[in-house]
Design a protein around this ligand. Structure first.
Ligand SMILES: *[C@@H]1O[C@H](CO)[C@@H](O)[C@H](O)[C@H]1NC(C)=O
Length: 281
């Protein structure tokens, strides 16, 4: 499912990078989010390459994730690259932090999709998830481990049963959770994801106006109309605070977990908005 989005994004950029954009353009995609479908993204296998990040501890925490991405860019991306960062959900918070910590990063554009860059714990979804993640997280480890030992059919049945009871949660999480559990679901990954999510609730508080202001010409925001992690009110506020910013509200009803059904649409939108801007410079 995520592949649709990434494939289309890659193809779109390739079409444009042939002639007018002659310099190498690199797109780095940072996905995030509480929905379990994204957890494979932020639990990067590359993590093992960076003993320094490991040594600093807390690799799976928010700070560790930021440092890890910076270490990756330092090693793999030269300073004359035209870097385009695409973030989703908590990935946007990570991008802002990266731009703040390393202002020399050769970022041309950062695309922020359904950004969770402020006040996560008090959003409708945050209110449900925060106590679960912060206090009851440990109680979930054992059942998840036991669940992973069961036969597939039973697993998906149980997951569906649980999700049907948690009505206020994002329903888009059901399918990916089932498929994840069915395809080599690891209890350790889910423990890491829950740890990261609990940190998001505690650490993503006030919007980083300074960094946004300093990088406003590079930032492209795309807010959702029905995003339980980011109410429309947040869009209206940021729009008011940064009237010159490229900040838009989705008018097509695309939801937070867009990779599930609108990957191509979002990829096309990014290519159109970002590439046209880059060409006109
Ligand atoms: C950024 O601006 C908003 C609204 O103007 C404000 O509520 C928030 O506290 C500010 N953030 C910081 C870190 O100052």
């Amino acid at each position: 499912m995520q592949h649709t989005f990434i494939t289309h994004l890659g193809e779109g950029f390739n079409r444009f990078t042939v002639s007018p954009l002659s310099l190498a353009t690199t797109i780095i995609i940072l996905c995030g989010g509480i929905s379990l479908c994204h957890m494979l993204f932020f639990i990067d296998p590359l993590i093992t390459i960076y003993p320094s990040v490991m040594a600093a501890g807390d690799v799976f925490g928010l700070n560790g994730q930021v440092e890890h991405k910076l270490a990756f860019l330092r090693d793999y991306v030269t300073r004359d690259t035209r870097l385009v960062l695409v973030g989703h959900s908590i990935g946007c918070y990570i991008i802002l932090e990266m731009m703040k910590r390393d202002p020399e990063l050769p970022v041309r554009k950062s695309v922020m999709l359904f950004p969770t860059i402020e006040r996560m714990a008090v959003t409708p979804q945050g209110r449900v998830m925060t106590p679960l993640l912060c206090r009851l997280r440990y109680m979930a480890y054992l059942p998840i481990f036991l669940l992973s030992l069961l036969p597939d059919l039973l697993k998906s049945f149980l997951v569906k049963l649980v999700f049907r009871r948690l009505r206020s949660l994002d329903h888009s999480t059901v399918l990916p959770t089932v498929s994840l559990i069915n395809t080599g679901f690891s209890p350790f990954i889910s423990a890491n994801a829950m740890y990261m999510a609990s940190q998001e609730m505690l650490e993503v508080l006030e919007r980083d106006n300074t960094t946004i202001n300093q990088n406003l010409d590079k930032l492209v925001f795309y807010y959702g109309e029905t995003d339980h992690w980011c109410p429309v009110q947040y869009y209206q506020e940021i729009k008011k605070d940064f009237p010159n910013g490229d900040i838009r509200l989705c008018s097509r009803g695309i939801r937070h977990a867009f990779v599930l059904d609108a990957g191509k649409e979002v990829a096309d939108m990014i290519c159109n908005r970002v590439v046209i801007k880059m060409q006109s410079k």
